[in-house]
Design a protein around this ligand. Structure first.
Ligand code: AMP
Ligand code: MG
Length: 311
């Protein structure tokens, strides 16, 4: 029997009860599917790490359904955070703040900071609200593989190990949230996403540094291999012609390009879906076109480059 549930009020309550009981539930958000558990329960959060095969030094994002919950999770909420929360939450952005004592160290991988996000997907919000507690949730994939953007891809990774997958259809955005660190003296973007540097700067009224390509592992998760399908990913420049390196000729090659896409947003939405489809169809190599390096294109290119890196 499939454990994929449509997001009816009854099913959402079922999933919320499971979270309250210390179980792990996968759910749809507007970015990618998340694998959630009670953020205040060490035992429940441990289950997430073990299911995903995630390194314990890679912290989780804590999901809330109401902005007021931030005060329970963070011991300091600077003006910058208030501004961003007011304008951009709920939405595809995670804000890193100094953590409160209530947040267990396992959630933040021992860091003194916690990443907080309020998704705008209706079933995600309902799930968090009915759980009555913040939900710690990384992407609902086995570590290292492309993030899942449909319920079936969660199921493919975890088979029958998950009691419930709350199916919200295909994720609207398709790549993970922007992560911005507001715990220090200067705001810093640790991971680019749908919410761009320009949007954040407009809200804050100041310049914001992007540290995603920094060599220092400021966001611990950045040092791990990410987003990679089984097929080898080779990227070409935006608008470039897909040429295969000599050593790979004769392999079964899938080309993922922007040619048939109506927008960069659509390219983002289908990127991980296309990676996983290529694997399902037995492709050995994916030649993937980079997006124009602006707006969400920057986040897309970050994911494609990581998917192609050997790390
Ligand atoms: P995932 O939800 O699987 O996309 O992973 C969460 C991402 O958020 C990882 O890259 C983490 O390193 C990052 N993250 C979570 N908490 C923090 C934090 N306190 N400081 C910096 N980065 C964080
Ligand atoms: Mg992830």
């Amino acid at each position: 029997m499939s454990n994929i549930l449509s997001p009816t009020p009854h099913n959402i309550q079922l999933c919320a009860n499971a979270i309250k009981n210390g179980e792990v539930v996968a759910f749809c958000t507007e970015t990618v599917y998340g694998l959630g558990a009670d953020a205040f329960s060490i035992d429940a959060v441990k289950k997430i790490f073990s299911l995903k095969g995630r390194e314990e030094d890679n912290p989780l994002i804590v999901h809330i359904s109401d902005i007021s919950q931030v005060h329970e999770l963070a011991r300091e909420v600077p003006d910058r955070a208030l501004k961003l929360m007011q304008k951009l939450m709920p939405g595809p952005i995670s804000i890193v703040l100094k953590k409160s004592k209530k947040v267990p160290g396992i959630v933040t991988a021992g860091l003194d900071t916690v990443a907080i996000r309020m998704p705008r997907n209706a079933s995600a919000l309902e799930l968090i609200k009915h759980s009555g507690i913040p939900i710690a949730a990384p992407s609902a994939n086995i570590s290292g593989t492309p993030s899942p953007t449909i319920a079936q891809h969660v199921e493919n990774d975890f088979k029958n190990k998950l009691q419930f997958v709350l199916d919200g259809g295909q994720c609207e955005i398709g790549i993970e949230s922007s992560v911005i660190d507001l715990s220090g003296s200067m705001p810093r973007i640790l991971r680019e996403g749908k919410v761009t540097k320009e949007e954040i700067e407009a809200v804050l009224g100041e310049k914001v540094e992007v540290l995603t390509n920094s060599n220092k592992p400021l966001s611990p998760g950045m040092k791990y291999k990410h987003y990679a399908p089984k097929a080898q990913v080779i990227f070409i420049e935006h608008g470039g012609y897909p040429i295969l390196p000599v050593g790979l000729r004769g392999k079964k090659v899938k080309i993922i390009s922007m040619k048939n896409c109506i927008s960069t947003d659509e390219y983002a939405k289908n990127l991980f879906l296309n990676f996983r489809k290529a694997d399902d169809e037995g492709y050995e190599v994916i030649v993937c076109e980079l997006a124009r390096d602006a707006g969400i294109g920057r986040a897309i290119n970050n994911r494609i480059r990581k998917a192609s890196s050997k790390m």
